[in-house]
Design a protein around this ligand. Structure first.
Ligand SMILES: [Zn+2]
Length: 180
């Protein structure tokens, strides 16, 4: 999966920074994108000069924090993560937005993704076109259900699930990389 890099200059405070996203519409039109997002320095929304998306190789977790080095010590392979600084956030609940702890995509209530490409979905496509298998986390549990895309609810749900698909794949790939 490609990573899209957005090179940004805030027109308010002048900070240069880079945003990495799986979403090629990340900074795009208001109905798709975030209009350049919020500046991490001064906090204003919009008002950005955005270069990109520039497609860069590798997945987001390979660029941030970067490749984990492997060293052999006494015949055992030990993963050595790049050095990083971990900063503390505000106490939970202080500012509302951003203070809520989230797990990897696919573990939080409301996380939703499609099953396109899976064996089950492939055979459903062959037998009952228009029916789509949806994964969604409801009350802390991953639930599976089927929607019909010729209904308004089904079409809307499938659209949301398609948008969540790449996020789920990224989270799974990151998990697999941690486990190796
Ligand atoms: Zn700024």
């Amino acid at each position: 999966m490609a990573t899209h890099e957005y090179r940004i200059k805030c027109q308010n405070c002048g900070l240069h920074y880079v945003v990495l996203s799986w979403d090629e519409q990340w900074a795009g039109a208001p109905e798709h994108g975030r209009r350049g997002g919020f500046c991490p320095e001064c906090g204003i929304p919009g008002g950005k000069m955005v270069w990109g998306p520039v497609e860069v190789e590798g997945q987001i977790f390979e660029r941030v924090p970067g490749h984990v080095a492997v060293e052999e010590i006494n015949g055992e392979k030990i993963a050595v993560p790049p050095s990083m600084m971990i900063t503390q956030g505000p106490p939970p609940g202080l500012y509302g937005i951003g203070s809520k702890q989230r797990g990897p995509y696919g573990t939080n209530d409301g996380d939703i993704w499609d099953a396109d490409g899976s064996d089950v979905q492939n055979s459903m496509d062959a037998r009952e076109p228009g029916k789509k298998l949806i994964h969604e986390v409801i009350d802390g549990e991953e639930k599976l259900y089927v929607v019909e895309t010729d209904t308004e609810f089904g079409a809307e749900t499938y659209k949301r699930a398609k948008a969540g698909g790449p996020r789920y794949m990224q989270a799974q790939a990151a998990q697999a990389a941690r486990d190796n």
